[in-house]
Design a protein around this ligand. Sequence first.
Ligand SMILES: *Cc1c(COP(=O)(O)O)cnc(C)c1O
Ligand SMILES: [Zn+2]
Length: 396
Amino acid sequence: MMKCVSCGKEFDDNEIIYNCTKCNSILEVICQPNVSRDIFEGRKQTLWKYKEFMPVDHSKIVSLEEGGTPFIKCNTIGKELGIDLFVKVEGSNPTGSFKDRGMSVGITKAMELGVSTVGCASTGNTSASLAAYAARAGKRCIVLLPSGKVALGKLAQAMFHGAEVFSIKGNFDEALEAVTGLALEGNLYLLNSINPYRLEGQKSIGYEIVNDLDWKSPDRIILPVGNAGNISAIWKGINEFYNTGFIDERPMMTGIQAEGACPIVNAVKDGKHDIEPIKNPETIATAIRIGAPVSAIKALRAIHDSNGCAETVSDEEILDAQKLLACKEGVGVEPASAASIAGVKKLVENGNIDKGEQVVCIVTGHLLKDPNTAINACVEPIEIEADINKLSQIIK
Ligand SMILES: *Cc1c(COP(=O)(O)O)cnc(C)c1O
Ligand SMILES: [Zn+2]
């Protein structure tokens, strides 16, 4: 069953619908199986380890073994900040971002519904992921991208997996409006995160974190927020495990946005339950360059109900954090992902995070998604002959 998050109206699972017909708000999937946590033991480390919590037809699963991503302790940065810091490395998913979790479940739902064409608007990673999963499922895939603002690796993936890619003269928010229009006319099944089945897959990040911590909740989960689906999904997953009695406590959900694209942070700081869209969002972290996040209501509830918070970071802080994580911990992430690390730094410095807190940062996408930004942050290699004497002189 799906349910409107605002008025509570219920919808049947096999209805193709994205907004409430009564109040136009967004929907969520209701899922609360009654199982024991022993059932997960010994299963393969993919998101389907938690299949009882994935309300789709299990005979139609489309998977590339997404999920089960590394959970890495960051000793050096953690020590510098005086906290117990972990990163959940979502760049290790099949196409290099957490979107694969959502797409595995979303495309499985598309199989169940029997649709032939799927589509999305994307800042890049959604399209890379959808293109791959649509290819695997044998479905036609339509992708709308904001012209000139998609990182190279993501664009290459969407095109190479055979999606029909359109470059929209406008930003992500405008591309999303256009593809939603196409979906409502029945041209395609929409797999942006307004589709609540996407979040069913992504909630597994929450499951894995508490499983990684031996069935304990961390004090805090921090992640970059763009369209605000992921923070909503992780909070949903945490609550399902909490309500089932698998964990006794819940983390403070903490969202980080870029200064130039921060409608959620503004709403949190003003104590509002919905956002004012930002007209011309701008940041080097293209994955979170979004002015009108679709899942804002869910995200604001997650932050509010978990006693969390939200903070902005500058592009410079993002790039510094990206370098820090790469050079001090060996973890390579794309700029948007580094917003979580920049955020944790800022929140420790301004006293919002206590010393000794256990903090998990979700690093959402792989370094190589945006090779241009990575190369621009480095100096060119020194060109030199393969001469041991000359080389040893320079190295010394
Ligand atoms: C999609 C994405 C985000 C933003 O997630 P939302 O669910 O839109 O808030 C952040 N980082 C990366 C790398 C992404 O691909
Ligand atoms: Zn409603």
